[in-house]
Design a protein around this ligand. Structure first.
Ligand code: PLP
Length: 406
């Protein structure tokens, strides 16, 4: 891997100062920073390549089409999908989940069941509530324990012939726990259910292999893995995507349109109505190139060292409560905590004064906070450009916040 200072040089934003202190960016779980290589791909596209795709006979349009389809192949290879037509470009994880939930909302009927988990992000809860309301299906929830670990025995008991879809996150954005998705998938398949995995938080830290997982749908966002906002990918197994009704209608997603009826385009275009985020797709592929240049295993190993170092230091702080699985082998680089008697928001404000960006609140996972009966947590989440020294500064900052607020 490149040295950490070489990596940091790829992210000019990291040399900014905030409130006269060097920026320490620990909010990667919300969005990661974008390296120069990806920014350059965006600038290059709009400076020299911009054209609409799949439509023009002219050279520029063909070049843009080639670049976009090449980007799709990079996403395909990164996640090890069998075919590039199984990769749908989306606006992000939320869009990908809604696309699938909307389809099953049409295919399901009263008496069918959908299973989610107690640890889900709102974007993997609300679309399924809507799908259940529309179809008459029932929503069931896999409970979790104090450490945020899903109860697999209850899960097994929830599964039955009526289960149509199981929707779980691969990694919790609030706690960092890695869930046993392979086991969840295998058990669901045994009763004939399909599984959607929300990979938004896993894709930046693990390298999900959709064929090895045998997952049916897998949704990710580029902006959490060094790419731009507003673009992501949904993997779906070909036979399931063929059955799924289209999510939106418009140009590009049809073969023929008559007023009586239209026939839909082949995969993946059936799910890509209208002019897509062409530049976004190309920049997403540039972010994957960046990840491959560093090596996903090297990224994960380094982030794990940061995680272990930070947890050990945080454990030494009086009155701290750390959430999530204590077995760090089952975690990615996300840490949620609270300080006794102090609101997480106040900790966040004081850390910001010191140039440290953390997230505070419910992290779009309100049911988890309700479970712990807390208003939220302080969350720090690492990326490959973070350092041990930054963690030392954070620890001092937390102690200072504690002294000021208690
Ligand atoms: C961020 C996140 C989402 C939503 O991703 P968007 O990019 O906002 O669509 C969904 N699930 C998890 C676990 C996340 O971390």
């Amino acid at each position: 891997m490149k040295s950490i200072s070489e990596i940091r040089a790829d992210f000019p934003i990291l040399s900014r100062t905030i409130h006269k202190r060097p920026l320490i960016y620990f909010d990667n779980g919300a969005t990661s920073q974008t390296p120069t290589q990806v920014v350059e791909a965006i600038v290059r596209y709009y400076t020299y390549q911009n054209a609409n795709i799949h439509r023009g006979v002219h050279t520029l349009s063909q070049e843009a089409t080639d670049a976009y389809e090449h980007a799709r192949q990079k996403v395909q290879h990164h996640f090890n999908a069998q075919k590039s037509s199984e990769i749908i470009f989306t606006a992000g994880t939320t869009h990908g989940i809604n696309l699938v939930a909307n389809g099953y909302g049409t295919l399901m009927q009263t008496g069918d069941e959908v299973i989610i988990s107690a640890s889900e992000h709102h974007s993997n809860i609300v679309p399924w509530q809507l799908a259940c309301q529309r179809s008459g299906a029932t929503l069931k929830v896999i409970p979790m324990n104090e450490q945020g670990i899903l109860d697999m025995e209850v899960y097994s008991n929830l599964l039955n012939k009526r289960t149509k879809v199981v929707c779980v996150q691969h990694v919790s954005n609030a706690l960092g726990n890695i869930h046993p998705v392979k086991e969840i998938i295998d058990k669901a398949h045994a009763v004939g259910a399909v599984v959607l995995v929300d990979g938004a938080q896993a894709a930046p830290h693990l390298q999900p292999n959709v064929q090895a997982l045998d997952v049916d749908f897998y949704a990710v966002s580029a902006h959490k893995m060094y790419g731009p906002t507003g673009v992501g990918a949904l993997y779906g197994k070909e036979e399931l995507l063929l059955q799924l009704p289209p999510y939106q209608g418009g140009g590009e997603m049809i073969k023929e349109v008559c007023f009586e009826q239209s026939t839909y385009a082949d995969l993946p275009y059936k799910f890509e109505a209208g002019t897509p985020n062409i530049c976004g797709g190309i920049a997403f592929a540039a972010a994957l190139d960046y990840i491959h240049q560093l090596g996903m295993e090297a990224i994960a190993a380094y982030e794990h060292q940061l995680l272990e170092y930070a947890i050990a230091k945080l454990q030494g702080i009086n009155g701290i409560t750390l959430y999530g699985n204590p077995d760090l082998a089952q975690r990615t680089a996300v840490i949620s905590f609270n300080l006794q008697g102090i609101h997480p928001y106040d900790v966040g404000v004081i850390l910001d004064q010191m140039g440290i960006a953390v997230r505070t609140g419910h992290h779009c996972a309100q049911p988890i906070m309700d479970f712990y009966n807390i208003p939220g947590t302080v969350r720090i989440s690492f990326a490959v450009y973070n350092t041990f020294e930054e963690i030392d500064v954070l620890i001092e900052g937390i102690k200072k916040a504690q002294a000021m607020l208690s």
